[in-house]
Design a protein around this ligand. Sequence first.
Ligand SMILES: Cc1cc2nc3c(=O)[nH]c(=O)nc-3n(C[C@H](O)[C@H](O)[C@H](O)COP(=O)(O)OP(=O)(O)OC[C@H]3O[C@@H](n4cnc5c(N)ncnc54)[C@H](O)[C@@H]3O)c2cc1C
Length: 545
Amino acid sequence: MKKVKTDVVIVGAGPTGLMAANQLNRYKIDYVCLEKQTHRSSFSKAMGIHARSMEMFDLSGFVEEFVARGYPGEGAKMYIGGEKESILGLYQIESRFPYMLVIPQTETEEILETNLEMNEGIVNRGEEVTALTVHDKGVNVTVNNDGEILEYDAEYVLACDGAHSKVRELMETGFVGEAEGKTFFLGDIQTSNLDPSMITGYINTRGATVFFPYADGKFRVVGLDLSIQGRPHKDELTLHELQQRVNYVTSTSIEIDSANWLTYFGTAHKQVENYQKDRVFFVGDAAHIHNPLGGQGMNLGLQDATNICWKLMTVLKGCADQAILRTYDQERRPIAKNIIQQTSRLLQFISLEGTRGKLRNNISRWLLSNSHLQHNIAETLSHIKYDYHATSSSQKLVDNKLPKKFIQPGARTPDVKFLLEETPDKRLYHLLRLYPFVCFVYMERQTEDIIAYVNSLVEELCTVYGDLITTFLVVKGGVPLIEGGKFKIIHDVFREVENKLTMNHGHTMLIRPDAHVAFHTSESDPLETIKRMNIFFKVKHQRGR
Ligand SMILES: Cc1cc2nc3c(=O)[nH]c(=O)nc-3n(C[C@H](O)[C@H](O)[C@H](O)COP(=O)(O)OP(=O)(O)OC[C@H]3O[C@@H](n4cnc5c(N)ncnc54)[C@H](O)[C@@H]3O)c2cc1C
């Protein structure tokens, strides 16, 4: 039997596995990505990519291809219980991507796999994982490739093998939750009766339907017809039946000219109780599933993959202790749990009929007319709102001298703009494409002690963490006279580092590869800062490894 040694085995090349492969490839970690299918699927379940996932693509250096190929859905035109439209806008969120990018999942997977191949990464297609054994130093993964048996010996395994995860079964890990007992209809259709510039939705006492425009005259329609619930489940849906469902729910004449994927589907919400078991991590649908309201499942998986991969990178490069890997579960599981609760409640809400349904319509219209609530809905849907501040790891890094108005550990860092080396509008996310961890020290006015602090911090960091962390001195105004500095200088000419990252004179901030704050401190003592770094990376030594 052929045996191969590697650092990480990724099981599954759906969107989650492909995102993970791209991350590990970018970090130059040795990995294999195993996919049982010989070709990519031609069916697209997910259609929407939200702002925070777009930001993850931006950090990874391939968002441009998504923007070029997708359609920016800036909001939805909603008909709630009548003919008067309400607008749900996404454009008010603070992100470079204030919209939901509508793009079929097949194209998302194609872009991710093509980018991987362009960077000399590959997916091992036709390799199905059939067995798995965890031992003290790693995991043995057995694969069947068209009758030939192979074995991979890996340090860690990422189970990205979807809702029916084989790895989850082999690891005897429960998937806790239940079916929701509702049947949705879905079709990829062609029609000329809908506005192609907006997502269009209907909610009323007969059910709910949403149309997502994704190509010339083509729409994805997903809906719930309350009059057919409770019947025995079937998958087959004909064009005639779809037209009936659409007519019934919308009460309008949206004529469907043709369709190329028609199906009924049921939904369930389930989650594993811990995203880590020994050296195996559950990522994407292998860790959580919920109904498709708000189009969030794939987005969660893309962000899960980004989160676990940089942590694996720090451990495999010898810069962090394995304990940092536990923060993957601490950070990602509560977010999916929250989305499971949200989408289940939303499903109950849109399923209300009769008087309660009419009340729901009035409440929803009022909610959508309130700009504060709209903003809140947009931030939640786009995943911009989620942070990791409440975890015990973030709490240990809080600087009690910094009041709450300053950005705290775990917060998402906005993509601030500044001037760096003659580039007038460099962005933080550009830096994070180049350097995994970025450390900013802020200097409002030139003071020798800050310059001495940065110089010795750079030296200490280099000794302890090699090239993992790149330090920048961020200056506000003027041209500092710095001789022999061991760091690059950023000019905060737009005042965005000061105002959006809330950095003041003498502050230090470590920013993670996924654009969250590792810590923010007002101290400017290199040994204290290194101590915080060691807490963050869960290492026990003080200096010199
Ligand atoms: C109707 C519908 C609409 C949806 N719309 C949206 C939306 O708009 N937005 C959104 O974010 N999400 C949406 N989702 C959810 C989204 O499709 C999933 O969350 C997403 O596909 C999960 O990706 P994944 O990579 O984790 O799993 P999968 O896509 O299931 O990929 C798993 C991969 O693992 C492979 N595999 C399985 N077992 C093995 C094995 N033993 N060995 C090797 N390979 C294996 C499979 O072949 C597959 O390629 C929707 C879902 C449905 C059903």
